[in-house]
Design a protein around this ligand. Structure first.
Ligand SMILES: *Cc1c(COP(=O)(O)O)cnc(C)c1O
Length: 362
């Protein structure tokens, strides 16, 4: 069977080259005589894989030396608790920007641990934009400010990096990490579930400024203590070995293309094709405020729930899969992560034109 264009929000497409390399090495990795899935994580051959993965990740993202990289498990959702446990440790206060469902979940989880407020929210318009903030939006004695940089469900992205003054900024970048260059030094912590743009599900990466480590709250479970994980090079226990190996292949793939500058160019070109079409017609409505549009997740509706359903079903029959929007938004969502080729978006736009022609609204 031919491979389809998979617009899933996550887990999502991986680059074909990466899958083929993994397949070629699946049974016997180099001269180890075994699969990466079968190796001891303490073996020299695996140690090289994880060390290389970290070095490549640092290179791709241009991570400064005073940041630690952690390869963890539990998904982004586990970090919703790990973040307050590790960092809500001085004044027991934290400020959250609510820009969608995941940031709201993170906010609710953090409320178990202290004085947590919503510094800004876009809930008033069903999260169709990213709220504007400045330093005065945040409490000066907050231990940190938390944001979700790209809102996977609604299709919005921060068009700016909030200025939080001296308060560390912590960002969930699950659905935009590796999509474009990012100035890591503007953040205290960046975390991301890997299954959107980096690797199979099961791996979560955390990038944390060293000076923020070492003051986790007493009740922090050992497995959620970032300092413990940093001191043990992400090997306090068995790491998600195979996912880290695939992530390494993805980092190599990005570097081979020309790094994140090139990745950004490709992503911008894909997103432009789709948004330009959406802006050129009136059959589909793109509900997100233009300034806040995501380059990774593009949402649109026909305005008729039955037509939306028909759209997703007919697209699927033509090999354009998983275009149904999230249940809290309805309509359609095209996730066009790094691994989605330009041709996939071209096919989608062609399909959208045909569908509009064949299904007139009265
Ligand atoms: C998918 C996603 C999550 C949830 O990730 P899990 O790894 O399933 O816990 C959290 N935040 C964002 C921005 C996401 O896209």
């Amino acid at each position: 069977m031919e491979r389809v264009y998979n617009f899933s929000a996550g887990p999502s497409m991986l680059p074909l080259e990466v899958l083929e390399k993994a397949a070629a090495e699946m049974v016997c990795y180099e001269d180890s005589g075994m699969s990466v899935m079968e190796m001891s994580h303490r073996s020299p051959v695996y140690e090289k894989i994880i060390k290389d993965a970290e070095a490549l990740f640092r290179r791709v993202m241009n991570i400064p030396d005073n940041y630690k990289v952690l390869f963890l498990q539990g998904g982004a959702s586990t970090q919703f608790a790990a973040v307050p446990l590790n960092f809500m440790n001085k004044n027991k206060k934290a400020d959250y920007i609510l820009s969608g469902q995941f940031s709201t979940k993170a906010y609710q989880e953090a409320q178990k641990y202290g004085d947590v407020v919503a510094a800004a929210s876009s809930k008033d318009k069903n999260f169709s934009y990213v709220p504007k903030t400045d330093t005065s939006s945040f409490r000066k004695d907050a231990d940190y400010v938390h944001i979700c940089f790209n809102n996977t469900i609604y299709g919005t992205k921060f068009p700016y990096i909030p200025d939080t003054g001296d308060v560390p900024l912590i960002a969930d970048m699950s659905s935009c990490i590796l999509s474009e260059p990012i100035d890591v030094s503007r953040f205290g912590v960046i975390y991301a579930g890997a299954q959107k743009n980096m690797a199979p599900a099961g791996l979560t990466v955390v990038i944390v400024r060293e000076d923020l480590l070492g003051n986790a709250r007493e009740e922090t479970p050992t497995m959620l203590n970032y300092k413990v994980m940093a001191d043990n090079d992400s090997m306090y226990n068995t790491p998600p070995c195979y996912c880290i190996y695939v992530a390494k292949l993805v980092y190599e793939w990005i570097l081979g293309l020309g790094g994140l500058e090139e990745m950004q160019k490709r992503n911008e070109k894909k997103a432009k094709l789709l948004y330009d079409y959406l802006d050129s017609q009136s059959y589909y409505l793109a509900p997100v405020e233009k300034e806040s549009r995501s380059m990774m997740n593009v949402t649109f509706v026909t305005g008729d729930a039955e037509l939306d359903k028909k759209f997703a079903a007919e697209a699927s029959a033509q090999g354009l899969k998983n275009l149904k929007g999230h249940r809290s938004v309805g309509g359609m969502r095209a996730s066009i992560y790094n691994a989605m080729p330009y041709e996939g978006v071209e096919k989608l736009v062609e399909f959208m034109k045909d569908f509009a022609k064949n299904n007139p609204k009265d």
